[in-house]
Design a protein around this ligand. Sequence first.
Ligand code: GLV
Length: 311
Amino acid sequence: MALIFYSKDDLDRFELWSQALKQELPDLEIRPWDAPGDLDEIEYALLWKPPSGILKKFARLKAIFSMGAGVDALLSDPELPKDVPVCRMVDESLTQGMIEYSVLHVLRHHREQPFLDELKRAGTWDAFASPLASERRVGVMGLGVIGGAVAEALANLGFRVSGWSRGPRNISGVQCYHGPNSLPHFLEDVEILVCLLPLTEETESILNSELFSQMPKKSCLINAGRGGQQVEEDILDALESGQLAYVTLDVFQEEPLPPDHAFWKHPRVTITPHNAAVTAAQSATKMVAENIRRLASGKTPLNEVNLKAGY
Ligand code: GLV
């Protein structure tokens, strides 16, 4: 029984993941990408952002595990082995990380901290009163494991939270909308929008001029979903026109963000290097191990991706 590991991300060290997995499954052989051994012995693949076509050489794969919550890179592979379950990562490290990131940046925008930073740079003392959270409408797009937990955390802080997702959801303290027809209604009074959607055909380029124009003027955007969801020219135009006041982005159409991109120097854009939430090997390997045990005893794996829906 062997597992092949692939990640080019410095955050995902092979030694860390293999040690953590070994603790859970001592009989599992964990092989790095450049030393796969006999390919027919590979039954599992644990990967982050694999290039297309790299899995087709493993003829005996029983499951493909994503190291991240988003499986867009995996599913965009036209040669992804057929009839092999793909599982996305669901782990407390990702959920907690995304709660922290969203709460931090919602509060920053709510309390107008970027504007206060501008005042400081200008040497201006201007004491204004911020509204209370109960007077601030925050919208969360994507209400899965992560988005649902974020919406709940924001509601617990007292914000007026609404959420939008593909299918119906019920979250205590959150006004839930679903489906494309309800999107304008969801957006109409959202002052701070948090995007945590998966990247699918339906969500590609969803953060565009038309969407921004349905929000109140001077609203704020936080995107920790995927860069493919944002039309970056439209974000710059909306900042220019004042439709968007401030923006926080963790994801970009091209990553790393190219050095000459206008976002780097834009005074009203906060950038983080796609590290809003990082999967922690120690906890995440528990789900991978559990899935290997389940598959070995003929059960269906947890967190299996719906290939049709794309997440
Ligand atoms: C990070 O981007 C993830 O998908 O987990």
